[in-house]
Ligand binder design. Structure first.
Ligand code: ZN
Length: 241
């Protein structure tokens, strides 16, 4: 049997405690719903939240994490720079995978890895989102049809201030007319990063089976590749000179 992938689901966990509408949908937090699904899929899963010491992302926790999932919105600036540095180094030098969800597009870690502003258009009108698969052979699209729909979501629209993705897996269409690059893969150092758009906190998006399927597929895709650390810097010749 293949070795289990260790996933840490990080959530700032604020809206669920402060907004009754959100608490009704996610009484134990968005992280709990995602974690439950991934456990059912055979992943080793732990969760971490902003209020824990070191936001639950100590050196030990990160060293035991193959894939980190990130949901944040209201408190991006409260995430300590030391923890952001630690996550950044784990991605770049150790190849830890990172899945950034929805409003995490403005998180410190995503902006640092992208090197751009990562802004976008948005509208909260509970409109329909149709998510098109535009890379049919990509492992993150496994099990999906040509498209899937979410009946009520927040709209995110282009222009999205990211560098051109290394692989684009999904494009969203919204009832109001906008489109958005909603499934984007990036390679940074040894790490793989997947940005996935859906997941506004006032809609039950993380109970949608297609959304959950994508998160599981992405966790498998961005798990680190097992190989010795690359050698860099000054080296002796391989062949006699
Ligand atoms: Zn949102």
């Amino acid at each position: 049997m293949a070795e289990r992938i260790n996933v840490t689901v990080w959530n700032e966990f604020i809206h669920e405690k402060e907004d009754r509408r959100v608490a009704e949908i996610y009484p134990d937090g968005i992280h709990a719903v995602i974690a439950r699904h991934l456990r059912d899929q055979g992943f080793n899963v732990r969760t971490a939240t902003l209020d824990e010491p070191e936001h639950g992302l100590s050196e030990d926790v990160l060293n035991g994490t193959d894939v980190l999932i990130w949901w944040g919105h209201a408190a991006h600036e409260k995430v300590s720079d030391a923890v952001v540095d630690r996550v950044y180094r784990r991605v770049i030098f150790d190849g830890m995978g990172l899945i950034v969800l929805h409003s995490g597009h403005f998180s410190k870690i995503f902006r640092r890895l992208m090197g751009t502003i990562c802004d976008l258009r948005w509208r909260e009108a509970g409109e329909k989102e149709r998510i098109w698969v535009v890379a049919g052979g990509h492992p993150i699209a496994e099990g999906l049809g040509d498209y899937f729909e979410i009946e009520h979501e927040e709209m995110y629209g282009e222009p999205f201030g990211i560098p051109s993705p290394d692989e684009l897996v999904f494009i969203s269409w919204f009832k109001g007319g906008e489109v958005f690059r909603s499934g984007c893969c990036f390679y940074r150092g040894l790490g793989k990063i997947f940005y996935f758009r859906p997941g506004h906190e006032t809609y039950p998006t993380y109970y949608n089976q297609n959304v959950l399927r994508v998160i599981g597929n992405a966790a498998r895709w961005c798990a680190p590749v097992k190989r010795p650390k690359p050698v860099v810097g000054n080296v002796k010749p391989i062949e006699p000179l």
